[in-house]
Ligand binder design. Structure first.
Ligand SMILES: *Cc1c(COP(=O)(O)O)cnc(C)c1O
Ligand code: SF4
Length: 380
């Protein structure tokens, strides 16, 4: 077991959990039991603003609040603009709902759901909602209508079995994305049951797990867990990660256990105003991810879910960030910029325009430095 703490967390633990044994602190169940949820909880170690107090006191009706002590330790207590803080502590702003541009279910997942928890939008793959629980609730969550115990269907073994039967009956499904909520909150034996039953289906080629746990509850990633998962390869993981501050000794260690077990890791980052919407923040994040062997996969436009207007950036901003990466740094560090289209249109990727003109075979391009006039004669 890893017993080292990053300096911020070590300092935090010394201040607020000094009598707690390191083995307890490093136990994911201990972390879950001590999740912070209320204004009183957070006031112990943060100077809350009035906007946050009001948000905390009124937000629970829409989307639960939960922050693990570990994740709370990454927050700067005196800075309301702290990126981690902004994504997990509600403010009054999330009570502003724009009925004209926002949705309860922006991706119309409910209407693409043949059986409870399965979203079958694309021909060859499904998303499988296996839980409505997360150790930390992100204020911009696309599934805020479901997570925190709000699903309008029961999540249990019977629902899992129905989902597995659906996959087994649809031979076109070659890719199963286990999602939620955060599926890694289950015990090793529950996850073993799930993976084993999906892996038994002959036409399922790859299994993917979507999770934020390596960054919010890295203690959950244990040798036992990864040894179990690797029985069911090829298993990929899509890691939800937002900001370089999330890449600590602990989360890096968790990712090393995963990659050493042969699990390829990709990142999914939601672009959020005032949190990570600059070229330099995204570039640093992508570089730091590559250092821990996570391949940048998607940079996602924040879905238009109720109460998230204050997080949304313009599409131009997203394109500018990609323009600031492409050519300027390793191609490996450049994610795809994605909009998941409202009403179930699916994901589309948007790229900066490098083609200036095109007449017959003559193409003219602008390069990554903005220099125009590069010609290419299309003889293909
Ligand atoms: C995002 C998503 C997927 C996976 O999409 P990829 O582009 O293959 O990563 C699958 N199903 C649903 C419903 C999704 O929203
Ligand atoms: S981890 Fe994912 S599912 Fe859970 S609250 Fe955050 S965005 Fe939503």
């Amino acid at each position: 077991m890893n017993t080292q703490l990053n300096p911020k967390t070590e300092n935090f633990k010394r201040k607020y959990y000094n009598t707690v044994a390191i083995d307890d602190w490093n136990d994911w169940r201990w972390q879950l039991k001590r999740k912070q949820q209320s204004s009183e909880d957070f006031s112990r170690f943060l100077t809350l603003t009035n906007d946050e107090k009001e948000g905390l006191e009124s937000s629970t009706t829409r989307l639960n609040v939960s922050v693990t002590p570990y994740y709370a330790s990454l927050i700067d207590p005196e800075n309301p603009q702290d990126p981690v803080r902004k994504t997990v502590i509600p403010t009054v702003k999330e009570l502003e709902i724009n009925e004209d541009t926002e949705y309860l279910d922006p991706l119309a997942e409910d209407s693409n759901s043949p059986v409870p928890g399965i979203v079958h939008r694309y021909p060859d793959r499904v998303l499988f909602i296996t839980t409505d629980f997360c150790p930390v609730y992100c204020r911009y969550c696309t599934r805020s209508r479901i997570v925190g115990g709000k699903a309008n269907f029961k999540i249990n073994l019977n629902q899992w079995q129905i989902g597995i039967n659906y996959i087994a009956q649809h031979s076109e499904i070659r890719d199963v994305l286990i999602s939620g909520g955060d599926p890694l909150i289950y015990s090793d034996s529950q996850l073993h049951w799930l993976l084993e039953n999906i892996r038994k289906i002959p036409h399922v080629e790859i299994i993917r797990i979507g999770t934020k746990i390596p960054f919010v509850l890295p203690q959950r990633i244990t040798t036992e867990l990864v040894e179990m998962i690797k029985e069911f390869h090829p298993v990929y993981m899509s890691l939800h990660v937002l900001h370089p501050n999330e890449i600590t000794y602990e989360s890096s260690y968790a990712c090393s256990l995963l990659t050493n077990a042969g699990i390829p890791l990709g990142s999914q980052t939601v672009l959020l105003k005032g949190v990570n919407d600059t070229v330099s923040t995204i570039k640093t994040l992508m570089h730091n991810l590559l250092m821990i062997r996570v391949k940048p996969y998607y940079l996602l436009q924040c879905d238009p879910v109720f109460g998230t207007g204050h997080f949304r950036t313009s599409i131009d901003k997203g394109v500018d960030i990609i323009r600031g990466l492409r050519g300027h740094t390793s191609g490996y560090a450049v994610p795809h910029y994605i909009i998941d289209l409202p009403e179930g249109g699916g994901k589309v990727s948007i790229d900066p325009e490098y083609l200036n003109s095109h007449q017959g075979n003559a193409y003219e391009f602008t390069n990554y430095l903005g220099t125009t006039g590069y010609k290419y004669s299309d003889s293909g």
